[in-house]
Design a protein. Structure first.
Length: 96
């Protein structure tokens, strides 16, 4: 399961209706899929150990953050509170 697929699962869980699910399907088609490998899995595990109890980090969010970190990418998200506490994670909060 790749990065975009995990992100899609996270987005679909927050979709308000079937129309939004369709929009998510179209959105993820244009993005590269990054496979979850051993390094990403280990990083996600470490993030959960560090932030799950103290900050409420959840499994999908840990995998998304770990993938961005391992791939040296910036995570673009409107969900600041789920990611801002992660040391070393580059995040961009869009203004739209």
């Amino acid at each position: 399961m790749g990065f975009v697929r995990i992100t899609a699962l996270e987005l679909i869980s927050g979709a308000k209706n079937q129309r939004e699910v369709g929009l998510i399907d179209r959105l993820i088609e244009v993005y590269e899929t990054i496979p979850v490998n051993d390094a990403i899995g280990k990083r996600a595990y470490g993030l959960l150990k560090t932030y799950a109890k103290s900050n409420g980090l959840r499994t999908f969010d840990s995998l998304i953050a770990a993938t961005a970190m391992e791939e040296r990418r910036t995570l673009v998200t409107k969900n600041r509170k789920h990611f801002e506490m992660i040391y070393g994670l580059a995040i961009d909060i869009p203004k739209y």
